[in-house]
Design a protein around this ligand. Structure first.
Ligand code: WT7
Length: 668
């Protein structure tokens, strides 16, 4: 973290929007900030009015900390707002999706076709007994059917819980059981780097662990049996899992024959739209709850203003729908705005490292929203790849997921944006539902590495450890502290599924008058926000949130491991990389084979994204006298920094031993 601070503090370049961009921008009058501030409820209501409601609301917001109710009394349907209303407005032929699979297969879907497909899926779910309020778990590869299944759930009022297709059987089983999902929708597999992620097999393994709530499993046939041809690419050998008649149903039997008519269920504004799990610092993931009216209002407004969406735009958010970014900025926000989008299934280096730039060239993409970790990989691969493609259709770029280092920002601006596209660095979280800190691209001059300022209508600040609003007092000089949000916002988290106590403790008990985001931040003399990273035990690895505890408990689940301490170590590519300090049991050899076994074990337990990049065998880890692992110290050691005060340590000699060990090469 201190490296980030050092680089950011020296950043003085600024990039105002060009006159040309400003002239065409959806928001170009700075007065919008003051107007929203003067009447923030009216501001959000003005966005809610842009949605279609069956019943009007009585009250914009009622706030009994930590419980917010937005647009009470109002009734609407999220799927209707994302799909049907565009068809009914005569725009049914407009393309909603251009979906490109990794093998190169391209399928397009107009809004009218999306409506038909989504209605069939919704009817298929109903036929399997899904009724309003039932949870549906979705474990699918990135692709249009994933988005359609989410919308189908929204259509009938069944909250979805999407589990990212890179998660393991254990993670899937935990999430299914926590949400008590009734139906699981999955696929035979998905394409990744020319190989197949065997989703049905993993789903079988998850269910074999015991998921009694699951009654049916719908299986979309994406990759087909080995030997199937997709765009000339042969599906390789992979494990198709075991078919369980009575439980398992092919999509083709369950969905394809269904009627294309399915009414949208009118939902209360505060009815649950979805649950999405995110890492918590205790290791057990939290089921973040989002409801219908406020969430949709937040993503509608931010999509429109932050991405400056226009009717004829082609928008591409490269996230997977398994993450909040895909929920908010593929499925709900851009669709509620009726924009055409790209969905891409696979990896950015298949078949070549120019894949993204080919997609932009071929489909004339106007707006690209991606993650700093991807940008750093592109930088490493070299300028020749983007330079060989026509990127002139781009007019706006965005980033999300972690702080972007100024070097990557400048590269993105020059090599991808041709120095003509504003960059929106957007800070937000699974819990915030929508973008919170961001430039409005036609108004705010950007500074590389800063997410600039709160979106209109929000009140943010930074607090000192003991709850003093130091942001409020900043007058012409930099202040640092803990990032907070001081006023409710429509897309805010409504709860942690099944655990109201944890909801309160995690976000609302740290400070008595603000939402605690868990990030450190600085506000500079001009009021710009600079995010410095997590202050809790959560790592942000390649833009994904993973808790140190989660990885530690996976490690100690291996028979060789007595104890483990996990940290996020600064990494030039991933932002943070996972490093694990492991104490092994007597009788085990600290060798390469064990390193590999432990890394694979974590991948199996949580998913490949949680695989430690470094494993260090050690005799002990530094702990406080109360027994808490001193992760900051481990980070200092791993990042080669001078050590500070170690007087609170139970045994200070541990640190020197570790330092020595760290500087001697470890088995790779
Ligand atoms: C955490 C939330 C929101 C979608 C992706 C991640 C970090 C997110 C930024 C940014 C610096 C960022 C924060 C945050 N983060 N965006 N623009 N600059 N840091 O969602 O998994 O809920 O993670 O990601 O640490 O708290 P998430």
């Amino acid at each position: 973290m201190s490296e980030t601070i050092a680089t950011l503090l020296h950043e003085t370049r600024r990039f105002p929007p060009s006159e040309a961009f400003k002239a065409q921008a959806n928001a170009n009058d700075p007065a919008i900030y003051d107007q929203a501030e003067a009447d923030w409820k009216g501001w959000w209501a003005s966005w809610a009015e842009k949605l279609d409601w069956y019943e009007p609301w009585n009250e914009v917001v009622s706030w009994e900390r930590p419980n917010a109710k937005w647009f009470s009394g109002g009734k609407l349907n999220a799927c209707y707002n994302a799909v049907d209303r565009h068809v009914e407005a005569g725009r049914g032929d407009k393309l909603a999706f251009i979906a490109e699979g990794e093998p190169g297969d391209v399928r397009t879907f107009s809004f009218a076709q999306v409506k038909d497909r989504v209605s069939q899926i919704a009817n298929g779910l109903k036929a399997q007994g899904v009724v309003k309020g039932d949870r549906v778990c979705i474990y699918m590869p990135m692709g249009p059917e994933l988005a359609f299944t989410m919308l189908a759930c929204a259509r009938i009022g069944a909250p979805h819980s999407v589990v990212f297709g890179g998660f393991s059987a254990d993670s899937l089983a935990d999430r299914i059981n926590d949400a008590q999902a009734k139906v699981l929708v999955t696929a035979d597999g998905g394409w990744r780097r020319g190989g197949i992620v065997a989703l049905k097999k993993i789903a079988d393994q998850a269910l074999a662990k015991g998921c009694p709530s699951i009654e049916k499993v719908l299986v979309y046939e994406r990759v087909g049996a080995p030997g199937t041809l997709t765009e000339g690419t042969v599906t390789p050998e992979y494990d198709r899992g075991e078919w369980r008649p009575g439980r398992d149903l092919w999509w083709s039997e369950a969905i394809d024959g269904q009627s294309q008519d399915c009414p949208c269920e009118p939902m209360e504004a505060e009815d649950l739209l979805f649950i999405l799990y995110t890492s918590g610092s205790t290791g057990k993931p939290k089921g973040v709850m989002h409801t219908t009216g406020g969430y949709l209002t937040g993503v509608l407004a931010t999509s429109k203003l932050v991405f400056d969406l226009k009717d004829d735009d082609v928008f591409w958010c490269t996230a997977d729908c398994g993450w909040i970014t895909g929920h908010s900025y593929i499925v709900y926000g851009p669709m509620a705005n009726g924009v055409t989008q790209i969905i891409y299934e696979g990896s950015p280096d298949t078949p070549n490292k120019d894949r993204f730039w080919r997609i932009i060239e071929q489909h004339r993409v106007n707006i690209l929203y991606t993650a700093p970790t991807a940008i750093r990989a592109f930088m490493k691969w070299g300028d020749a790849y983007p330079a060989s493609c026509d990127l002139s259709s781009l007019r706006l770029l965005g980033t999300v997921g972690e702080p972007i280092n100024p070097e990557a920002w400048i590269w993105y601006n020059e090599k991808i944006g041709g120095e003509r596209c504003p960059i929106v660095d957007t800070w937000w979280q699974t819990e915030t539902g929508a973008i919170m800190l961001t430039p409005l691209p036609g108004i705010v001059a950007t500074k590389p590495g800063s997410a600039t300022r709160p979106f209109p209508g929000l009140l943010a600040s930074v607090y000192s450890e003991d709850g003093v609003d130091v942001g409020l007092e900043h007058k012409g000089e930099d202040v640092g502290g803990l990032l907070v949000l001081k006023r409710p916002w429509p897309s805010m988290i409504r709860g942690v599924w099944g655990d109201p106590q944890r909801f309160k403790e995690t976000y609302w008990d740290r400070f008595e008058d603000a939402y605690f985001a868990g990030d450190g931040a600085k506000i500079d003399a001009e009021g710009y926000y600079w995010i410095l990273g997590r202050v809790d035990d959560i790592m942000v690895v390649a833009g994904h949130n993973i808790s140190t505890m989660e990885v530690e408990s996976a490690l100690v689940g291996h028979p060789a491991v007595a104890e483990a301490a996990v940290i996020g170590k600064a990494d030039p590519l991933k932002g943070q990389a996972i490093a694990a300090f492991v104490i092994i049991k007597a009788g085990w050899e600290p060798n390469d084979a064990l390193v590999k076994a432990l890394r694979d074990h974590v991948a199996n337990e949580i998913g490949p994204i949680a695989k430690p990049s470094t494993i260090i065998f050690t005799a002990d880890v530094p702990k406080t006298r109360s027994g808490k692992i001193m992760r900051r110290l481990l980070r200092d050691i791993a990042e080669g920094r001078v050590l500070g005060d170690t007087t609170t340590l139970a045994d200070p000699s541990v640190v020197n031993a570790l330092k020595d060990q760290y500087s001697t090469p470890q088995p790779a």
